[in-house]
Design a protein around this ligand. Structure first.
Ligand code: NAD
Length: 475
């Protein structure tokens, strides 16, 4: 059992002011795992004050100093890669290979920002005007539990490169991963106050940070309803926002697709990260005439989807993060049955042979129409819908008939047609025959999947404010 009762403020681990305790359970076994003493509003205020104190110096720091810190952060995270991987397996139920990959993403995010800084143009000349990009101010980064190291590091890399001190509010359901990650941040030796971490409830510590008048930038990753409330809070003082929110992404299987390959790829896209991925392709659009054959291909491909203990190498699908998520996903599976969708595989309850833990049967529904609840709402678990379409126009119409627009996937052989479909789908990223991540490309959502973009130079820009100095070019 661990006990985490500190916050990280001003370069030191200090006792949390908050008193409320949260017991965390291992999602694989449901055994008690640790206790987090939750940070409160006072912790949030102290963290902002520390970041405000660091702003004058850090915002004027040189390119080399920022690059040195980003490289040190990458190195510190790399050194603890095994511990970070272990924490993801224990606390999140992340299958071992995926957990290792996720720990590696964080170092890459810091390194990518360091490399970009080498020749990043903080000033530009437009005729007689010098355009200067300056740090926007103190930033707060509020992140969820499903990809902790990546979410914290990608935001932090952009902020530090831009010259902004940061207060991170991670999810209380990732306390142990956050604790180890914060130790890495500490080991990298950022100047006091440049990096601060307070872990408490969203409605307490998160809300206090979002509403704080000295916070100039809020970068939030999480659900769309909370994103909307943060946007409303930010509007009061025009704080800058980046919102990375939910998704209901389409995977369009073209009529020339190899069905066996398409089914395997669609499952990888749909079941990534135990089904708890904002970018999951959860609506699989299939030509009407090929639905039966495709469902058969899915049944065959399901042999490679192995739920179970995340420590076992052959496991591909671990548990959900907590009991609340388990109940929520079970309710959606029941809803799909009530709405008349047909089970291709899976259903309510745990997978066969598993008697404890927050495991959900990997479930696929066919005969789904795009107006059903299971096709409209983000389920955030291993539940996929197969939806029939008549032609490319119909596929694009269904793909875009959603409040979301985070990601889309197209699987097929005719690259010209796939590219034409990609041009018509409203999503921040569209992947053709792939489930790959490019850390320098922009990431973010159309519509209710968010506001703004992060990653690469876009994540740095998100923490900068532009100033046009007129006449400067004459001096
Ligand atoms: P959530 O919105 O409940 O919480 C996210 C974070 O916000 C947590 O740290 C939480 O404590 C905090 N929070 C909650 N209420 C708050 C409030 N009123 N004010 C300030 N902060 C508050 O999301 P979750 O359940 O932790 O994560 C799952 C969601 O995250 C899914 O909807 C998923 O799609 C989304 N997500 C999006 C991306 C992306 O990049 N677009 C990536 C990962 C996850």
């Amino acid at each position: 059992m661990y006990r985490i009762d500190t916050v990280y403020i001003g370069g030191t681990f200090q006792p949390a002011h908050g008193r409320e305790e949260l017991l965390l359970l291992n999602p694989t076994t449901e055994a008690p795992m640790g206790v987090l003493v939750l940070a409160d509003e006072e912790d949030a205020r102290r963290a902002v004050a520390s970041a405000v104190g660091a702003f004058p110096t850090w915002s004027r720091s040189g390119r080399q100093e920022r690059m040195d810190l980003l490289n040190a952060l990458a190195e510190a995270v790399r050194r603890r890669a095994d511990d970070l991987t272990e924490a993801t397996i224990l606390e999140y139920g992340g299958p071992i290979e995926q957990a290792r990959w996720r720990a590696g993403l964080a170092a890459n995010n810091f390194l990518a920002a360091a490399t970009l800084l080498e020749d990043y143009a903080f000033t530009r000349r437009i005729n007689e005007v010098e355009v200067v990009a300056q740090a926007v101010g103190v930033a707060t980064h509020i992140v969820p539990w499903n990809s902790v190291y990546n979410a914290i590091s990608v935001k932090m890399a952009g902020a530090l490169a831009a010259g902004c001190p940061v207060v991170v509010k991670p999810s209380e359901y990732s306390a142990w991963q956050v604790q180890l990650f914060t130790e890495c941040l500490h080991a990298a030796g950022a100047p006091a106050g440049v990096v601060n971490v307070v872990n408490g409830r969203g409605v307490v510590a998160g809300q206090a940070l979002a509403a704080h008048p000295d916070v100039c930038k809020i970068s939030f990753t999480g659900s769309t309803p909370v994103g909307k409330s943060i946007l409303r809070t930010a509007a009061e003082r025009m704080a800058r926002v980046t919102l990375e929110l939910g998704g209901k992404s389409p995977t369009i299987v073209m009529d020339d697709a190899d069905l066996a390959k398409a089914a395997a790829l669609a499952l990888s896209i749909g079941y990534a990260n135990n089904g708890q991925a904002c970018i999951a392709g959860t609506r699989i659009l299939v030509p009407r005439a090929r639905v039966d054959a495709f469902c058969e291909a899915l049944r065959v491909a399901m042999r490679d989807v192995v739920p179970g203990d995340p420590r076992i190498a052959r496991t591909t699908l671990g548990p959900l993060v907590n009991h609340r998520q388990y109940d929520r996903v079970q309710a959606y599976i029941r809803k799909g049955l009530e709405e008349g969708a047909r089970l291709v595989t899976g259903g309510p309850g745990r997978p066969e042979g598993i008697t404890r833990g927050y495991f959900v049967q990997p479930t696929i529904f066919a005969d789904v129409t795009n107006d059903m609840t299971i096709a409209r709402e983000e389920i955030f678990g291993p539940v996929l819908c197969v939806i029939a379409y008549d032609d490319d126009d119909h596929a694009v119409a269904i793909a875009n008939d959603t409040p979301y627009g985070l990601h889309a996937y197209i699987i097929g052989q005719d690259m010209g047609r796939a590219r034409a479909i990609a041009d018509r789908v409203d999503a921040g990223r569209v992947a053709i025959n792939a489930l790959t991540h490019e850390p320098l490309a922009p990431f973010g959502g159309f519509k209710q999947s968010g506001v703004g973009r992060e990653y690469g130079a876009f994540g740095i820009e998100a923490h900068l404010e532009l100033k046009a100095v007129i006449g400067a070019a004459r001096s």
